[in-house]
Design a protein around this ligand. Structure first.
Ligand code: NDP
Length: 337
């Protein structure tokens, strides 16, 4: 291969991203920079967080520069190297871009991975990547579930949410999952072991509040929030005293021009709840530890992690937008090689 196709950010999206915010370009494959390497990316992770990085509002990372590839975690093979720690043939994950080849200087996120130990390198972006490990570390380090507690998860049929519910079950929790549509609700129960599934689509905040109240008569002890907006408002009315709220994501806000916010923030005080923001970036050094536990649960049949693979960099835009229409069923990945 002599051509490197790259999916560039051309314009900062306002509201829903549109195709003209991006450009697919073909460039020559780069050489390895001094001390660096060239990675042939096999899979790129498509994550809701990328929408935030496209904007120039304050974030935990600098905005993606205009004209640069859309930042993405990738897994791939080193094909050129000027760094003895990462010889040609090494497989790595790293925070690179949606592009077929990345010329990089290894930084804190660049890690070697053993692809012989897994059925597909994509597992390092799903089960043993930010998805499985977000669920794992946010649950075990922050939420600290106890047997008999009620765990409520929004975005429950998605990549992170589906794993959170299963980890809750492993710890003996009663689990309530909220997702969009009957088919996703069926999967919550049949595939991910949720005790109760609630479809949020087409429901007012009051209707949802009542449905959650019926599902959690003693209140929610752990709220694992992936969505925000009216879904979260309905949930916080139903918190138990001293509940823990894990703020993992607010996907309903990411394309909003005017943020909805949490109009009943007062309910956090009323229930003496604690709200904890979580960022997986803080746990990169502990990925091998978390990955080992997740792999063990999968091997024991206690955990199922689904992938939804879209093919080809030319499909990057429609693939990414699936996150916001709910059309992804599992960890959304773009296959590049
Ligand atoms: P998912 O696989 O869950 O896909 C996104 C899902 O969100 C969609 O399938 C859809 O499911 C739901 N959704 C989209 N738009 C809306 C909306 N307006 N209202 C309600 N639900 C909506 O993605 P991930 O598992 O990768 O991410 C889930 C959340 O976790 C995101 O908020 C993300 O930002 C966050 N996250 C945070 C991390 C951290 O370190 N803090 C790390 C990784 C993810 P449905 O069909 O059910 O509506």
């Amino acid at each position: 291969m002599t051509v490197n196709r790259r999916f560039l950010l051309r314009r900062r999206p306002v509201g829903d991203p549109v195709p003209d915010d991006f450009e697919l370009v073909s460039e020559p494959v780069p050489g390895a920079p001094a001390g660096g390497l060239v990675v042939r990316n096999h899979f790129a992770s498509l994550d809701p967080a990328q929408r935030g990085w496209m904007s120039d509002e304050p974030n935990y990372m600098p905005p993606i520069p205009l004209g640069a590839p859309v930042r993405a975690t990738t897994v791939g093979e080193v094909v050129a190297s000027d760094n003895p720690e990462f010889p040609v043939g090494t497989w790595v994950i790293g925070l690179n871009g949606i592009e077929e080849y990345s010329a990089i200087l290894p930084e804190f996120f660049t890690q070697k991975v053993d692809v012989t130990a897994v059925s597909s390198p994509s597992k390092f972006l799903s089960a043993m990547g930010a998805v499985g490990l977000t669920a794992y570390f946010a649950m075990t380090d922050i939420a600290k579930p106890k047997a008999g507690e009620t765990l409520c998860v929004s975005g429950a049929a998605g990549a992170v949410g589906s794993v959170v519910g299963q980890i809750g079950k492993i710890h003996g929790c009663r689990t309530i999952g909220i997702a969009g549509g009957l088919e996703k609700c069926r999967r919550l129960v049949d595939d991910y072991g949720y005790d109760v599934a609630i479809d949020y689509r087409g429901k007012s905040e009051e209707q949802l509040r009542e449905e959650i109240a019926r599902a959690a008569p003693d209140g929610i002890n752990i709220l694992f929030e992936n969505v925000g907006g009216t879904v979260m408002e309905a949930e916080v009315f139903n918190l138990a005293r001293k509940a823990r709220v894990i703020l993992c994501g607010l996907i309903s806000e990411y394309n909003a021009v005017e943020p909805h916010g949490l109009k009943n923030l007062w309910q956090i005080l009323v229930h003496e709840a604690t709200m904890h923001g979580f960022l997986i970036m803080d746990y990169v050094a502990r990925f091998p530890e978390g990955g080992a536990q997740v792999a063990q649960w999968i091997a024991e049949g206690k955990l199922r992690i689904d992938e939804h693979v879209q093919e080809g960099i030319e499909n990057a835009y429609p693939a990414f937008m699936r996150l916001f229409t709910g059309a992804n069923t599992g960890k959304l990945l773009l296959k590049l090689a």
